[in-house]
Write a protein that binds this ligand. Sequence first.
Ligand SMILES: Cc1ncc(COP(=O)(O)O)c(C=O)c1O
Length: 363
Amino acid sequence: MSRSSPVTFAREPHPAPTPPDRRAALLHDLAFGRTFTDHMVTIRYVEGRGWHDAKLAPRAPLAMDPASAVLHYSQQIFEGLKAYRTADGGAVMFRPLENARRFQRSAERLAMPVLPEATFVAALDELIKIDRAWVPDGDGSLYLRPFMFATEVFLGVKPSAEYLFIVIASPVGSYFKSKDAVALWVSQDFTRAAPDGTGAVKCGGNYAASLLAQLEGIKHGCDQVVFLDAVERRWVEELGGMNVFFVFDDGSMLTPPIGGTILPGITRASILTMAGDMGIPVREAPYSLEQWRADAASGRLKETFACGTAAVLTPIGTVKTRDGDFTIGNGGPGTRTEELRSALIDIQRCRAPDPHGWVHKVL
Ligand SMILES: Cc1ncc(COP(=O)(O)O)c(C=O)c1O
């Protein structure tokens, strides 16, 4: 890929960035997604004119007309990826081109203009460079949130003629507070995505529609929700914000296939490749809730883990359903999950060779 972007960013550095001692205090106590860096990238799009007015400017509230299309019809998409501090003090991103491509697919599905891959990656590079002091050391990382929404002031239902693309960044610690295995609630009353709908892309509406199920899960003492397919209400699809893998007693793994209703996770794809490298047999095949329960009971199923940018690999210990709960393995983290998790983190943080060229150096 060419690293030059067709867009030139006007730089307006923050006149009063966060003082270093305040920043150090914020970086010391990281939650997920509550602290933000000093800058943001913005790029505008207008039909007939294309992408223009690319800026790197102080992060600030947006002024929006109340009739902006996104506020009514949710024409909005986003991405999520991380930058990591390396041992030499540099910073890298993990597979940003894959996020750029998924963002393009999301844009196409929502009838939005496609941002060139090189511009997407350049916007991330620019933000990381100017806010480089915000990339945490140690286990933390800088979560990058590119997003785009419809800004045309018009109440008719049609694709907007104007858009705003923004990137903000948030230094983060772990997504889950505990390092232990998490509990999942199986959503049997609500589905996430229907065939030919928007499940395979990253639009805000998918997440809005998952919140009630998430609340139901929390009411049952669970950390996350897992969704079943919308047709037979039987096949395990994915979590609200993560894909899922199953590990069996013969050492093999299984993950639900990408078929239009599941988000094609970049972590999922990376694990499939790594498993191939490590000689672990993996199948992309449907897996039912009944089978999951039966395999957990018989001991054939050893581990289940969730995976995604935010959660990395997170072990699942307990599954709760309206027909009763079941435990996977001993209910704690499993060895295969731990092994794959460390192998992935080592590549992401440049502590291991990167045979597939996944790491993108920024600094
Ligand atoms: C619904 C959903 N599934 C899976 C994932 C995992 O995707 P990735 O590994 O690209 O972060 C995410 C997170 O982006 C998600 O929101």
